[in-house]
Design a protein around this ligand. Structure first.
Ligand SMILES: [Zn+2]
Length: 271
């Protein structure tokens, strides 16, 4: 009898050991869909693929989120607009306008990303972009970090995911960013992008400033990896002041970086 109980305990022990790592690896998100109007299978296929790519990047860069993020997938533009009104407190007019343009959002107040089922072809870069905003929100006070760095790093994270999913090559996406900046003609100077983000966005210069920010973070991260960016947010999470974290992670002060980037920009755009 004793042997049988011992054997049973051994089997239970082994089962627990097998089950545990699988359970903990899957715990960075939960998924929610519209009640009574489930998104079609092709939409869900893109959701699962983008979740997998985001998870792969989180593992590669050793990003661990303190809170589980809810990924809310809406089926129609209307249910997306309703979710925006509810969680972002957008006015109905603002929400329905956004539902026409945006593939997804990350909410600042909750561990929540909302995806617009109408734009599932963009999920593979949208979900990693928005999930990186969740990492920023959870690791660092997003308000203290300059917006160009917040948005530029989320953009790069999305491009790394596209590469990971075999939907293009990272270096080609960067070439695309440079091409769009060349085509934009006269560019704003770096200081304007750094201190006037919101005003420039409202003036319709969103395209130019997002591309500038992406190139700035790419240059800051030594034109290849993303480790420095993750390290920067981890330092802030540990209580290091924002400018000191910048110096530690990127080995340059913010103002010297702005000067350097301004000088190098014409040359970078030619390569
Ligand atoms: Zn963003």
């Amino acid at each position: 009898m004793k042997t049988r109980i011992y054997r049973l305990l051994m089997v239970l022990g082994c089962l627990l050991m097998v089950c545990q790592p699988v359970a903990s690896a899957a715990q960075w998100y939960t998924l929610r869909v519209d009640k009574g109007n489930h998104p079609p299978q092709p939409v869900m296929d893109e959701v699962y693929l983008s979740i997998r790519m985001t998870g792969d990047l989180f593992t590669r860069y050793k990003l661990i989120l303190p809170e589980i993020v809810t990924i809310r997938v809406t089926t129609t533009a209307d249910s997306y607009a309703r979710a925006l009104s509810y969680y972002l407190k957008s006015s109905p007019a603002q929400a329905s306008q956004l539902a026409k343009l945006s593939a997804g959002v990350s909410t600042h107040a909750y561990p929540l990303v909302i995806l617009n089922g109408q734009y599932s072809n963009q999920f593979i870069s949208t979900l990693p972009h928005e999930m990186f905003h969740q990492a920023q929100r959870q690791l660092a006070n997003i308000v203290q970090v300059p917006t160009w760095l917040t948005e530029g790093s989320a953009e790069l994270f999305g491009k790394l995911a596209l590469h990971q999913a075999n939907r293009g090559v990272y270096s080609q996406y960067i070439r695309g960013v440079k091409m769009r900046l060349r085509q934009a003609g006269t560019l704003p100077n770096v200081r304007q992008v750094v201190s006037n983000w919101d005003a420039m966005f409202k003036q319709g210069q969103g395209g130019v400033i997002y591309n500038m920010a992406t190139l700035m973070v790419w240059y800051l991260a030594d034109q290849q990896g993303f480790e420095g960016v993750v390290y920067y947010y981890q330092l802030i999470h540990q209580g290091v002041a924002v400018d000191e974290a910048f110096l530690n992670a990127f080995h340059v002060t913010p103002s010297l970086f702005y000067q350097d980037f301004e000088v190098k920009l014409p040359q970078l755009l030619q390569l």
